[in-house]
Design a protein around this ligand. Sequence first.
Ligand code: NAP
Length: 281
Amino acid sequence: MAQIIDGKALAEELRGEIRERVENFKKERGKDIGLAVVLVGENQASKVYVRNKIKACEEVGIKSFSYHLPEETSEEQIISLVDELVASENVHGILVQLPLPKHIDEQKVLRRIPPAKDVDGFCAENVGNLAMNRETIVACTPYGVMKMLEKYGIDPKGKTAVVLGRSNIVGKPMAMLLLNADATVTVCHSKTKNLQQVCAGADILVVAIGKAKFVTADMVKEGAVVIDVGMDRDENGKLCGDVDFEHVKDKASLITPVPGGVGPMTITMLLYITVIAASRS
Ligand code: NAP
């Protein structure tokens, strides 16, 4: 049976490191590290995410600036708030929780955030720098996966990596990070042919498609490292991943569970990235 990657324990260990770096920043610069979180409207899932992010900031000593604006807020008002946060020396990272209400042009708002404060790693300059393997800010989920591989002693160099999913938030940056780490990378999506065969050739298989238990044991190479980014519900409404964990765990050498794998690392990496953004300021 595979060794289980303990994302919760890893996230806790990293938070310890982050706390220390936050303290050092305060000592050296005489001020806090600040993260601004902007939420517009009443999307329930967004409210939970934002609450968790603010709580996580408090736990490591990062000062959070939280803005909850009503649904009917105009695009101009949101942009004006973002501009204020951009100008503030106390704000090192800005996070606009998506999705924004339909009457707001998300891209127009996100484009106001300069690359140095774009802690989501979404802007074209940060994505471009990632593609060119230059210093950048990387989206927290794929960055967290790289940290997990590193902590478990998996060097992607020379390995065959398959990324299942090509979203801008997970799949594409994941593929670029693995490529930058010298893996030979294939990216699969809904139009990929012979998916089973392609996945079964992977030494490292990262799955981010949003389909409960989609990856079955026949899609996994004996001894592969399997990273499950998915957060889905099974037929009983129970949280599960994109990988059929019960069967795949007997074939893989290392595997992330859901819950307790990639999920806990994601918010921790947001904190980590905020610290990096602050120390570069
Ligand atoms: P997304 O934007 O919906 O993208 C899904 C990707 O999967 C697309 O590229 C799609 O292909 C591909 N896909 C869908 N069905 C497929 C199939 N049958 N065969 C092959 N490829 C298929 O999703 P996302 O935002 O990347 O999220 C993916 C999953 O990760 C979700 O469950 C999400 O909740 C989870 N997630 C978890 C975290 C975390 O912290 N744990 C963070 C972010 C996301 P096309 O491009 O061809 O449509």
